[in-house]
Design a protein around this ligand. Structure first.
Ligand code: HEM
Length: 395
């Protein structure tokens, strides 16, 4: 079957192979105008870094710091305090605290916990089908973050996180948004209980507090909102990294065989997956003050789609950028952002994904199974495979 090319950079995120389209955009101009979406589009590694490094371009539009659909409601109150969604002092303070906390996490322990939990899940799903891959991608990372924070790592928590995350998607229905507010309240209350004076918090929370996000008896507050934010930052993106690692095992059987034989390091493999087929394909920046980038004048109110996944395949930044080279020297990963908002959870996400993949390989998981296929979950920025197994048994 012939594949059509994506027609715009938002549709590209969930296209089976968007990379030739991204290359065509990169070769057209450093900043391309996409009239349909009313966005400027940045695709080369250099332009992406320039846009992300410029303080005149901000993470939220000045006219709408919190999406209208959730402003003034519980999920909106959390959103308004997230490092990810702020600039200036509010961002700096929260970021510094999160970097202090996340940087202190023992990545070997995260890897081992992910690998152990994955092995247990693999044993409990005897059919090893799509439900197993779903649980490994979505349920498992939430549980690791819960464990780090000191919350019970159970199904109820995962369901609540899933509901909260819906508030971040502009495509969510009114019903999903109302469930997201309930979830925001429940998660805040559980996290608040861990941060009260006199309670022995987990080492991660202690480090975040020591990094500058203060405990507070009031809710909402910046500490609790940013702890909650760790779940939403983890949820879709880490599911994408795990899913895209499975896709890579299927598409590159030689790499899978070398991994099994111990000739490729599992951490190097996951790092290269995060470059070659990143989980987060794009992010956005909004022009606060007039700025000229790559000879293009951007005016207040303009918005830029920063295509991290196109920068990941830029030939000027990587030798043989379109080849999956598992033992490539550890290259920078645009898929985790750059500049002042770059992801402070990169090492944790990669350790979780490496733990899951190593457990799958150890279990003899049959990624070469011809019944396995996938499409991508609907999203404007995250590339997350949704797996299917065709039942080939005679009916
Ligand atoms: C594969 C998994 C992940 C990917 C691809 C990813 C990607 C990203 C990207 C691209 C950004 C920057 C967005 C922008 O500048 O517009 C970001 C920010 C952030 N990420 Fe991640 N992330 C992942 C997992 C995680 C995890 C596991 C955590 C924490 C446990 C985390 C915490 C954060 C936080 C707190 C920010 C905001 C930083 C700031 O604004 O200063 N991420 N992430």
């Amino acid at each position: 079957m012939t594949q059509t090319h994506p027609t715009d950079p938002l549709q590209a995120v969930t296209h089976p192979n968007p990379y030739p389209y991204y290359a065509a955009l990169r070769h057209r101009a450093p900043l391309v105008r996409d009239e349909a979406s009313n966005l400027w589009v940045a695709t080369s590694a250099q332009t992406v870094n320039r846009v992300l490094g410029d303080e005149r371009l901000t993470v939220r539009p000045a006219s709408e710091p919190v999406p209208r659909a959730i402003a003034g409601q519980p999920a909106g109150e959390v959103f308004a305090r997230l490092a990810r969604m702020n600039e200036g002092d509010n961002h700096r303070l929260a970021r510094q605290a999160l970097v202090n906390g996340l940087g202190s996490v023992d990545m070997r322990a995260v890897f081992q916990s992910a690998s152990g939990r994955a092995a247990t899940l693999i044993r409990s799903f005897d059919a090893g089908g799509a439900a197993l891959l779903d649980a490994l991608a979505f349920a498992l990372p939430v549980r690791i973050v819960a464990e780090l924070l000191g919350l019970p790592a159970d199904d109820a928590l995962e369901a609540t996180v899933r509901r909260f995350v819906a508030c971040l998607s502009p495509a969510s229905s009114t019903e999903a948004l109302s469930e997201a507010h309930g979830a925001a309240l429940r998660l805040q209350s559980a996290l608040h209980a861990l941060t009260l004076d006199g309670i022995a918090a987990s080492p991660l929370i202690e480090r975040i507090v020591a990094g500058g996000l203060a405990r507070s008896a009031d809710l909402p507050n910046a500490l609790v909102s940013n702890l909650l934010g760790l779940f939403s930052q983890t949820f879709d993106a880490t599911a994408g990294l795990i899913g895209n690692s499975v896709v890579t095992l299927v598409q590159y059987r030689d790499v899978a065989a070398q991994l099994r034989a111990g000739r490729i390091d599992i951490h190097a493999f996951v790092h290269e997956v995060a470059r070659f087929d990143p989980a987060v394909h794009n992010t956005r920046r909004f022009v606060r003050d007039t700025v000229e980038i790559e000879g293009v004048r951007l005016e207040p109110g303009d918005a830029v789609l920063v295509v991290l996944a196109a920068a990941s395949r830029d030939d000027d930044a990587y030798e043989n950028a379109d080849c999956f080279i598992a033992d490539r020297q550890r290259a920078p990963l645009p898929g985790f952002g750059a500049g002042r908002h770059a992801c402070p959870g990169e090492a944790i996400a990669k350790a979780i994904a490496a733990g899951v993949v190593s457990a799958l390989l150890r279990s003899g998981y049959d990624h070469a199974n011809p019944a396995l296929s996938w499409t991508y979950r609907p999203s404007l920025n995250a590339r997350i495979p949704s797996f299917n197994f065709f039942d080939r048994s005679p009916s």
